[in-house]
Design a protein around this ligand. Structure first.
Ligand code: NAP
Length: 247
């Protein structure tokens, strides 16, 4: 990474984002940290400064408000005189059983995990394209690769993000801007506390992989790497068999 890289992190209080911020701070990055909780943001910011980073913070009260997002992007762009990259990390995992029968929960899930991410990328894409450099990363999920009864409300929102980034990457090809779709498997964070999940990764190595991807990748990055092969198999299971599988 270039020293002093200017990075916007949305959802900076997420456990995965915090680990990435620690690494970037150690590399001397200039960070713009956005989240909804001022107190938590200050803790993350102080930690980043102690590790050698420079930080500015912004409270975004409502990520489903385009006005809020637009103000955040403006402030972040101005704070360091432009940006080199963005990591969009906020997310909400609803209880599937409750959400599947509640259209308002479905809407909220799609807004928080899907629409707001696409809107942030939409606000930033022309700025990065104009400067002909930069990277845009968002944390999607393996849950977006195929609908499962156990997690399809959340998974559908993540599929929106992955689909959107695929098109955005194609649009920006040749402009010098990279679009990185990060698809972790289960990670041990507050989001998954109390859930029984297979092959759970720790947040720190996941963040290390994300930081490496942000430095050079352009495409889909499964974290850990073996999820690419698991999902390749699962997405090729014929639908009549898939419907009967309890996974
Ligand atoms: N953990 C996993 O197994 C896993 C797997 C694949 C993908 N992911 C994705 O990885 C990203 C980071 O999640 P994490 O695992 O690090 O979980 P986490 O520690 O629980 O962080 C969730 C983040 O999202 C923010 N957030 C939650 N609801 C929000 C809302 N309504 N409006 C704005 N911000 C909201 C939280 O803010 P507060 O701190 O203020 O609560 C926090 O910053 C998410 O996009 C998640 O979907 C996670």
């Amino acid at each position: 990474m270039k020293t002093g890289e200017r990075i916007l992190v949305v959802g900076a209080t997420s456990a995965i984002a915090q680990e990435a911020i620690r690494i970037w701070a150690g590399q001397g990055a200039r960070l713009f940290l956005a989240g909804r909780d001022a107190g938590k943001l200050e803790v993350v910011s102080a930690d980043a400064k102690a590790r050698g980073g420079s930080t500015k913070v912004a409270v975004v009260e409502d990520v489903t408000s385009v006005t809020n997002l637009s103000m955040m992007v403006d402030s972040a762009w101005k704070a360091w005189g432009g940006l080199d990259g963005v990591l969009v990390a906020h997310g909400w995992l609803p209880n599937q059983r409750e959400a599947q029968d509640d259209p308002l929960a479905v809407r909220q899930c799609l807004r928080i995990n899907g629409e707001s991410v696409c809107e942030i990328l939409t606000l930033l894409a022309p700025r990065f394209a104009k400067q002909r450099s930069g990277w845009m990363a968002a944390i999607s999920s393996v849950a977006g690769d195929r609908g499962r009864a156990a997690m399809y409300v959340y998974g559908a929102a993540k599929a929106v993000v992955s689909h959107f980034m695929s098109g955005l990457r194609q649009r920006l090809e040749g402009t010098g801007v990279r679009v990185i779709d990060i698809r972790p498997g289960p990670v041990d964070t507050p989001m998954t506390e109390g859930l029984k999940m297979p092959l759970v990764a720790a947040a720190e190595p996941v963040a290390r992989r994300i930081v490496r991807a942000c430095a050079k990748s352009n495409g889909v990055v499964y974290v850990p790497w073996f999820w690419r092969f698991i999902m390749l198999i699962l997405t090729h299971v014929p639908e009549p068999i898939w419907v009967k599988m309890k996974i």
